[in-house]
Each structure stands twice: as structure tokens, then as C-alpha cells.
Design a protein around this ligand. Structure first.
Ligand code: HEC
Ligand code: HEC
Ligand code: HEC
Ligand code: HEC
Length: 149
């Protein structure tokens, strides 16, 4: 019986800890957490409130006829302007306000073309380090129509 007191004290300690955990959890958890899943439902409205930052290629093509003409001659016609240039809705709404920074072909092209066994075989891919010899891609390829020849 003497030993049981030890165990009871230990059990009491665990119970106390558990109650504190439940109370703190209750106090800190956002309302309705877990209603749809392991997240705060209010987060959905927060995300919806963000303004759209992509203008869509139709907008770009309206003003940038020259680039469209070049793109049409090559396979990058299937790639959206903003996939390379990033979201540009502020520029498209008012071109005078912001001038997009041109993408660095030392980084951009590898994002899609770095060789990777998970990519379909027929997708053009290179081991950029060996292929380019350390040069940026635009030394040899025109970004809007990359085929050489
Ligand atoms: C309403 C017309 C208009 C729309 C729409 C528009 N642009 Fe432009 N864009 C311009 C003008 C005008 C300039 C030149 C701005 C300057 O020189 O200050 C420019 C400049 C640029 C430049 C920089 C060129 C350079 O030489 O540095 C890029 C890149 C660009 N636009 C990409 C885009 C993309 C991508 C889109 C679509 C999301 C787009 N633009 C939509 C009119 C437009
Ligand atoms: C595959 C990626 C890619 C796509 C797709 C692409 N661009 Fe570009 N664009 C570039 C890169 C990289 C440069 C910078 C070239 C340089 O540094 O000389 C550039 C340059 C430009 C420039 C500056 C002037 C010029 O011609 O060099 C404009 C304007 C432009 N792009 C608009 C567009 C528009 C509009 C579209 C869609 C119709 C588009 N781009 C699609 C990669 C792309
Ligand atoms: C957002 C993805 C993306 C980016 C970024 C991108 N490409 Fe491409 N590239 C493609 C796609 C998609 C194709 C077409 C594949 C096909 O149709 O077989 C392609 C095709 C090519 C081809 C083969 C052209 C041909 O006619 O056979 C070359 C070369 C190429 N890209 C070089 C570049 C270079 C250089 C850059 C950087 C300026 C670049 N790519 C950036 C997606 C991309
Ligand atoms: C020294 C010149 C040079 C540089 C720099 C260069 N390339 Fe190339 N690239 C070529 C030549 C030449 C070809 C073969 C001709 C063609 O397919 O257009 C080629 C072909 C390609 C192809 C097509 C491969 C295929 O299987 O169809 C891709 C993708 C490519 N390059 C991506 C890049 C990327 C990404 C960079 C930058 C990291 C780059 N290249 C830099 C010269 C170069």
C-alpha cells in the first residue's frame, strides 16, 4: 500500500498535465478549427481576398505583337508569357507603372529543362551544366524561339 501512493501521485501529475494541455489547446485554437479538415476555415476567405496577380496571355498579346510573332515560329508558343515572366497584372493594367524585370536565363530555363528521369522522354531536356558549359542559355538560344538552326 505504501507503494501505491507513489503511483497515485504520478497518475495525478499526468492527469494535471493533460488538463492543462486541454485548457491551453482550447484557448489557443482558432474558432471552428477542423470543421473541414486540419486547417482554419477562415483561412479560405483570407486566401480568396488576395487580388489576382496574373493577367493571362490574352492581355500580353494585345500589346506585345512583336514577341507573339516570334513565339509563333517556335515551340514556346505553348508556354504562357507569365510562366516565364511571372505574374504581371499590375504591368498589364498600367504599363507605365511597372516595367517587368527581364528573366535571367541563367536560372529560368533550367526550371523546365533540367534533365530529370521523371519527365516524359520526349520532353526536351539537358544536363544544363554539361550542355551550356556555364554560359547563360540566351548566349545560344533566343528565349521566344529557342530552336537553333
Ligand atoms: C496595355 C499594353 C500592355 C500590356 C497589356 C502588357 N504590356 Fe508589357 N509592356 C508594354 C509597354 C508599353 C512596355 C514598355 C515599358 C517601358 O519601356 O517602360 C512593356 C514592357 C514589357 C516588358 C519589358 C521589356 C523590356 O525591354 O525590358 C516585358 C517583359 C513585358 N512588357 C511583358 C509583358 C507581359 C508578360 C504581359 C502580360 C502579362 C504584358 N507585358 C502586358 C505594354 C503592355
Ligand atoms: C520560355 C520563356 C518565355 C516565354 C514563354 C515568353 N518570354 Fe518574353 N522573354 C523571356 C526572356 C528570358 C526574355 C529576356 C531576353 C533577354 O534577356 O534578352 C524575354 C524578353 C521579353 C521582352 C523584352 C523584349 C524582347 O523581345 O526581348 C518582352 C516585351 C517579352 N519578353 C514579352 C513576352 C510576351 C508578351 C510573351 C507571351 C506572348 C512572352 N514574352 C513569352 C522569356 C519568355
Ligand atoms: C515553363 C516551362 C519552360 C521554360 C521556363 C522554358 N521552356 Fe523551353 N520548352 C518548354 C516546352 C513546353 C517546350 C516544347 C516541348 C515540346 O513541344 O516538345 C520547350 C521547348 C524547348 C526547346 C526545343 C525547341 C524545339 O523546337 O525543339 C528548347 C531548345 C528550349 N525549350 C529551350 C529553352 C530555353 C533556352 C529556355 C530559357 C530561355 C526555356 N526553354 C525555358 C517549356 C519551357
Ligand atoms: C554554347 C551554346 C549553347 C548554350 C549556352 C545552350 N545551348 Fe541548348 N542547345 C545548343 C545546341 C547547338 C542545341 C541543338 C540544336 C537545337 O536543338 O536547337 C541545343 C539544344 C537544346 C535543347 C533541346 C534538346 C533536345 O533534346 O531536343 C534544350 C532543351 C536546350 N538546348 C536547353 C538549354 C538550356 C536550358 C540552356 C541554358 C542552361 C542551354 N540550352 C544553353 C546550344 C547551346
Amino acid at each position: 500500500m505504501k507503494d501505491a501512493a507513489h503511483l497515485l501521485r504520478l497518475a495525478g501529475l499526468f492527469l494535471g498535465g493533460f488538463i492543462i494541455f486541454v485548457l491551453v489547446r482550447q484557448a489557443l485554437m482558432p474558432a471552428e478549427f477542423g470543421k473541414y479538415g486540419h486547417f482554419r476555415p477562415g483561412a479560405l476567405n483570407d486566401i480568396r481576398a488576395h487580388t489576382v496577380t496574373f493577367a493571362g496571355r490574352a492581355a500580353c498579346e494585345m500589346c506585345h505583337d512583336d514577341q507573339l510573332t516570334v513565339l509563333k515560329k517556335g515551340k514556346h508558343i505553348g508556354v504562357s508569357c507569365e510562366a516565364c515572366h511571372g505574374p504581371q497584372s499590375i504591368h498589364a493594367d498600367d504599363p507605365g507603372k511597372t516595367k517587368p524585370v527581364l528573366p535571367d536565363t541563367g536560372k529560368l530555363c533550367a526550371q523546365c529543362h533540367e534533365a530529370n528521369s521523371a519527365k516524359p522522354k520526349k520532353f526536351p531536356q539537358v544536363i544544363t551544366k554539361d550542355h551550356s558549359g556555364g554560359e547563360v542559355c540566351k548566349t545560344c538560344h533566343t528565349p521566344h524561339n529557342p530552336k537553333i538552326s
